[in-house]
Each structure stands twice: as structure tokens, then as C-alpha cells.
Design a protein around this ligand. Structure first.
Ligand code: IVH
Length: 676
């Protein structure tokens, strides 16, 4: 047999077993035997590199790193779904659909709603050519090398289909893979992922496909372009070798759909992956096309969302967590109980008011809930189970870490430890400073920071830059190599731009977006330091609360001393003002402005766009990427809609600009997440 035939046969053999294993769930070979086949192929290919093809099973993990993700416009917009939460809402949807179709009964397909990331896949002549994230629905990131690592994704279809076609599906992580990933993160002393959905989405955006491969992602495909009915398309997908989920049903009417929903609401906990509802789609593709869509939502599909999962457990204690800003968060210590895919042993109680309002007491049996979101919360107390000798919970008067008196600021729900030197705050500030979105100093996890503090090698984040390698190497569990790595990553962090430094130093209410605005507006630390409250407040996007916080920060001697250390270490304290920091979503894009914007003046918007690398044009055409529209937008808006140009409100525009949601909201979430 010729060598290329040998190689092809081996590939076919591997594909067959891979399919049996990943798709059919009926492996015929042991893992060992399967690996042997793969090794044999790798060897043959290494000897004959000219015979390596893109669709070979050995090519799942590309060896070269992808640097940046190119943006690709979707062939057809990737839509979202409207949600329903009750039988009534579901039946209302059915009424609307019947009216649109002008008929008595509609056939639906009900399928599970997987909790992951939507992906578009392109096949050319049967070969996986390109994969793109949903992005904003209009355009997404091309992440082909990362998708190739998903073992159940066929690099080549099992049967012939049209020369070019698109498939869509959901990339997700099983509960088990998620658990293992977090175990590994914990071992490495790295931040834990909040839930399988976030870890799947995050993994897809990693730069190194090798790491993506270790994340063990999975995919279910639920869309194939063309065809006559959605049901047949799902069957076709399976035939072509795509991983489809077996739990879907053709329903003759909405009653049958509702039955499917109720069934899965009860059974979902047994699935090895997370689902958060059911997706209901009109079966006929012709009808789907007839009904069309509103801005982002199809009229022919809807989701039925499950209620948050609940469980009862005992609250064994209420402890206090001290955040980096001194905020005290009460935490419910629970008897470990399994809920929605993970074991819960802690839940946030938010603040004193929450404990009072729900009269939560140590020893109570409580109902906990984990909604679409991650953070479990205590919903209510089961009063009938309350022990007779239970007493009302008394909130501590002093900080559990440094014992200084706690303070409540007027109008705030949180109680704070205002001792700047409180060890919990010191540690929190350092951890924030080194975290991934801040100075991103690898190797400085919680445990290492603690050791550095305990050994008095650092007393604030400024000291990090004056650490000596020999001293680090002497620490427990540290060796020459890890000390060197740490020193290297500390050195590397000095290259971070001014805006990152500004975010890292932890001024209250200054998140990543605000830090960028401040860095861009003031240009240097010197100027920012001497800015008056009025100047700060006059900066667009900066409200009085942030302005006061910034001004107070720079009044504090302790902060100024810290900044001096950072300056001495050579951190970046200014930013090129002319260029502005390019914002990926703006770069090279054409904007048209119309109408009156709620807060921005036209000139301000224009300057922002241009600084971020975009262009502003006065008339709208097919080439326009965005229309920034305010009140009384008139004909340009109509034209944009006709041409399919994306329309942005000022709010959406600013969100894109800062790349972040609400600063306060986000920092709240960060603090909450650090609990778990
Ligand atoms: S169909 C036209 N089917 O839900 C519709 N989406 O809220 C949208 N999703 O972005 C795609 N499971 O990420 C469809 N079986 C399923 C799904 C599903 C999960 C996600 C998908 C989409 C989001 C819409």
C-alpha cells in the first residue's frame, strides 16, 4: 500500500472511532488503543509532512499561536431569543405565531437551551473552514484554531452536502470538565471560574489553542442553513456527523411543547451539562422566513426559561468578608448541598439590611437559589424549622480582621472597616493590583501574596517592584525557577499603559472603562493629581461620585507615597494624548451621527470616535458601519435601517467605548465572585 493510502486509511479509522466515541457515545476501542492509532498517524505524518492536510485528526491542536482574532461579518445575522417564563407567555407566543401564519395549528420543534456560547461554523467542500463567535450578532471573532480543538466537532463531514454551508451551535463545557478545570485552577492558585458558561466563553477567546484544548470544550449543533423543516435539518446534521443533542421533539401544537418544557424542567439536574430552558422553533423554514424578525429577535422562535433551582440547607454560621475597600460582606456558611451542577457551601448575604429584612439566623434552615447567574443566594428562611433557642443575628461592631470599629456611611447599605492598614484590605488591594485585568502579574496568587505579607517582604503593592529574587526563592514552595518566573512577570508588568496603572491602584468606582477615560482626558498622573473637582466632574462619563472619589484618593498622603514607589519602579504615568487608545470595535469603522444625543455633544462624540481609530462621515451609505442616533433622528435613521446599518444609542455607544458595563455593578460582582 502506498504511504498516502496508508495515511488516509488510518485517518478514516480514527474518524470512525472518534465519531463512535464523541457522538454516538459507543466507543469500540479503549482510550489506549485509540491513542495508539493517533500516534501511528502522527509518526507517518511527521515522516511525510507534505501529506498533512487541514482535516487530518492530528490537526486539532494547531501548534502556532493565534495573535489576534480577525473580525468577520456574519453571512446572516445571529439572532437572540425573547424569553418566556410561564405557560401563559408561551401560549401568547403561539397566538402571535398563528396570527402571523393565519392558520389554526403550528408545528414546532422543542429543544434544550444549552448554556454556553453561540458559534457559526463554515464548511467548504465538506471541510471545516472557519468558525466565528456570535459577537454582536452582526459580526464576530474568527476563532477557527480554538474551535478545531473541540473533539466532537467534525473537521470534515461524514457525507457530502452542498459545496458551502453554514452550521450553528452552542459551545459549552460539561459540569464534570468545569469541576476539573476549577480544581486545576485552585491547585495553581488561580482565579476560579464562575460557571461552565463563563469558562466556555472565556476559553474560546484564549490566544493559545493548546490551552483551549485542555479546557475540553464541547458543542451541540442546532442550525443548518437551507432545508425545508428544522426537524429534518437536525436529522441531517446528525447524518453529516455533527454532534446534535438527542433531546428534541417535533410537537404538533403548543400543548405538546409545554409538556416537553415541564418534563425537562424536572429532569435537567440529571444532565451532564447545564441548560437554562427550552428553545421553541417553528418547524417550517418557509414559515420562519415569512415571519421574519424584529431588530435582534426572530418572530418564529422563543425560549422558555426554567425557574431558578432551589434547595434547602442549614445555615451553620454567618461570617464576615472584608473587601479591598473595607466593605464588610456577610457570608452564609452552609451545610454543603448540591444545587444546579455544583456543591454550594457558601452564599452571599449582601449586607446587614438583607439579614434583618429576612430575619436570617444562625441555625436556621434556609432556601437557597441559583438563578441564571452564578452567585447562590439565600431566598428565605423555613420558619417552621427554626430551633426554639434561636436568637436574632447581631452584626459585629468591629472588623473581624483588625478589630477596628466599623463605620456606616449615610445613605449606604454597606458597613466598612475604615482602617487603611487592615490586613484584609492590604491583601485585597495587592490582589486587585496584580489581577489579570489590572497589572496581570502571573504567579502572584492569593497564597503567594499572603506569604509575602507574612514574611514582611511587602507591605503594599508598591513593594512588589522592589522584591529580590533571592528572598522570594527562600519562601515555602518557591524554587529558583518559580522565583525567576515571578520576577520576570513583575518586570513585564511595567510595560502596562497608564490607564491600566490607574485601574490597578484601586480608586473606588474607577473600573477599567473609567480609567481609560481618565487617562485619555488628563494624559498624565501629574495632571490628574492636580485636577480640581470641577474639572473632574466636567469630564464626560465621570459623575460626581467618581469625581469625589478620585479627588479624595489623591489627597491621601498614603496613596501619594505609594504612587511615588510605583513611579520609582518605572511604571507608566502618562499616555500619548493625541493618538488615544485604539478601541478594537471602532478601528477603521465609519460612523454617522444624527439627532440630539442625551449627554454628548456632537464634537465630543466625533473626537471620541476619531481618537479610538474610527472615522465620522456625514452621509449614510452601505459602507457605514454604525449610526449613532439621538433624539429626532429623522431620515438618516430610516435609511440606516433600510441598509441594515447598525444603529447605536449613546448608551450602547459608550458601553462599546469603555468595553465595560456599569463600573459599580462590575466591581460589586467582582467582590461577590471572590467569595467563591
Ligand atoms: S437557536 C434564532 N437553539 O440561546 C435563534 N439557540 O438567546 C437563536 N442557545 O445565542 C439560536 N441553545 O447561544 C438556539 N437549542 C438552541 C440553543 C440556543 C442555546 C443560545 C444561543 C443563542 C441564545 C439566544
Amino acid at each position: 500500500m502506498k504511504i498516502h493510502e496508508q495515511i488516509e486509511n488510518l485517518r478514516d479509522e480514527i474518524r470512525k472511532h472518534s465519531h463512535l466515541y464523541y457522538i454516538e457515545n459507543k466507543p469500540e476501542l479503549s482510550d489506549y488503543d485509540f491513542d495508539q492509532l493517533l500516534k501511528k498517524l502522527e509518526k507517518l505524518e511527521a515522516e511525510n509532512p507534505e501529506l498533512i492536510t487541514q482535516d487530518s485528526p492530528t490537526q486539532r491542536v494547531g501548534s502556532d499561536l493565534s495573535k489576534d482574532f480577525p473580525t468577520v461579518i456574519h453571512k446572516k445575522q445571529m439572532l437572540s431569543l425573547a424569553n418566556t417564563y410561564s405557560k401563559e407567555e408561551l401560549f401568547d407566543f403561539d397566538q402571535r405565531v398563528k396570527k402571523l401564519a393565519d392558520c389554526e395549528e403550528i408545528e414546532y420543534v422543542a429543544e434544550l437551551k444549552f448554556d454556553g456560547s453561540a458559534i457559526s461554523l463554515h464548511y467548504e467542500n465538506g471541510i471545516f473552514a472557519r468558525g466565528i463567535t456570535r459577537g454582536d450578532g452582526i459580526q464576530g471573532d474568527e476563532i477557527t484554531p480554538n474551535l478545531r480543538t473541540i473533539k466532537s466537532l467534525p473537521l470534515r463531514t461524514r457525507k457530502e452536502h452542498t459545496a458551502e454551508f453554514e452550521v450553528r451551535g452552542e459551545v459549552f463545557m460539561t459540569k464534570e470538565s468545569f469541576r476539573k478545570l476549577n480544581e486545576r485552577q485552585e491547585e495553581k492558585d488561580e482565579k476560579l471560574f464562575a460557571n461552565p458558561r463563563n469558562s466556555a466563553a472565556g476559553s474560546l477567546k484564549l490566544q493559545d489553542p493548546k490551552i483551549v484544548s485542555e479546557r475540553d470544550l464541547n458543542i451541540f449543533c442546532y442550525y443548518l442553513e437551507g432545508g425545508e423543516t428544522h426537524y429534518e435539518n437536525l436529522l441531517k446534521l446528525k447524518e453529516l456527523g455533527f454532534p446534535t443533542n438527542p433531546n428534541f421533539r417535533l410537537c404538533k401544537n403548543i400543548e405538546e411543547v409545554f409538556e416537553f418544557c415541564s418534563e425537562w424542567e424536572n429532569k435537567r439536574a440529571n444532565l451532564p451539562y447545564e441548560i437554562d430552558g427550552v428553545v421553541i422553533k417553528v418547524n417550517s423554514i418557509a414559515q420562519q422566513e415569512n415571519f421574519g424578525q424584529t431588530a435582534k429577535i426572530p418572530r418564529w422562535a422563543i425560549s422558555y426559561k426554567f425557574k431558578a433551582e432551589k434547595a434547602e440547607t442549614k445555615l451553620s454560621d454567618i461570617t464576615m468578608q472584608v473587601g479591598r475597600t473595607g466593605a464588610i460582606t456577610p457570608v452564609a456558611e452552609l451545610e454543603p448541598t448540591f444545587l444546579a451542577g455544583s456543591t454550594i457551601s457558601r452564599a452571599t448575604l449582601h449586607n446587614e439590611g438583607e439579614i434583618k429584612a429576612k430575619d436570617i439566623r444562625v441555625g436556621d434552615t434556609v432556601v437557597i437559589e441559583k438563578g441564571g447567574d452564578v452567585i447562590p443566594k439565600v431566598v428565605e428562611v423555613v420558619l417552621s424549622e427554626r430551633p426554639k433557642d434561636s436568637v436574632e443575628f447581631e452584626f459585629p461592631k468591629t472588623c473581624p480582621v483588625c478589630e477596628s470599629e466599623l463605620v456606616r456611611t449615610e445613605g449606604e447599605a454597606v458597613i466598612r472597616c475604615v482602617n487603611f492598614a487592615c490586613p484584609a484590605q492590604v491583601q485585597g488591594r495587592i490582589q486587585h493590583f496584580v489581577s489579570r485585568n489590572a497589572m496581570d502579574i502571573e504567579g502572584l496568587g492569593e497564597a503567594v501574596v499572603k506569604m509575602l505579607l507574612e514574611n514582611e517582604l511587602v507591605s503594599d503593592f508598591g513593594d512588589i517592584y522592589f522584591l529580590e529574587k533571592s528572598k522570594i526563592a527562600e519562601l515555602e514552595r518557591m524554587a529558583e525557577k518559580s522565583a525567576q518566573n515571578l520576577v520576570d512577570s513583575i518586570e513585564k508588568s511595567k510595560e502596562k499603559p497608564f490607564s491600566k496603572v490607574l485601574y490597578s491602584i484601586g480608586i473606588r468606582f474607577v473600573g477599567q472603562g473609567t480609567a481609560k477615560v481618565l487617562a485619555k482626558t488628563f494624559g498624565s498622573l501629574e495632571k490628574l493629581k492636580s485636577a480640581t473637582l470641577e474639572e473632574l466632574e466636567n469630564t464626560f462619563e465621570i459623575g460626581p461620585k467618581i469625581a469625589i472619589s478620585v479627588a479624595e484618593f489623591f489627597k491621601d498622603e498614603r496613596n501619594l507615597e505609594l504612587l511615588e514607589k510605583l513611579e520609582k519602579a518605572g511604571l507608566s504615568f502618562s499616555e500619548e494624548q493625541k493618538e488615544g487608545e485604539k478601541v478594537a470595535e471602532f478601528e477603521g469603522k465609519t460612523f454617522v451621527l444624527t439627532g440630539t444625543l442625551p449627554t454628548l455633544k456632537r464634537e465630543e462624540a466625533k473626537e471620541l470616535i476619531e481618537n479610538a481609530g474610527g472615522k465620522v462621515s456625514s452621509s449614510i451609505s452601505k459602507k457605514t458601519n454604525f449610526l449613532l442616533a439621538g433624539e429626532k433622528a429623522g431620515s438618516k435613521l430610516a435609511k440606516a435601517e433600510k441598509l441594515g446599518v447598525k444603529v447605536l444609542s449613546e448608551e450602547e455607544f459608550l458601553k462599546m467605548f469603555s468595553g465595560e458595563k456599569n463600573e459599580e455593578e462590575q466591581s460589586g460582582i467582582d467582590e461577590q465572585l471572590s467569595l467563591f
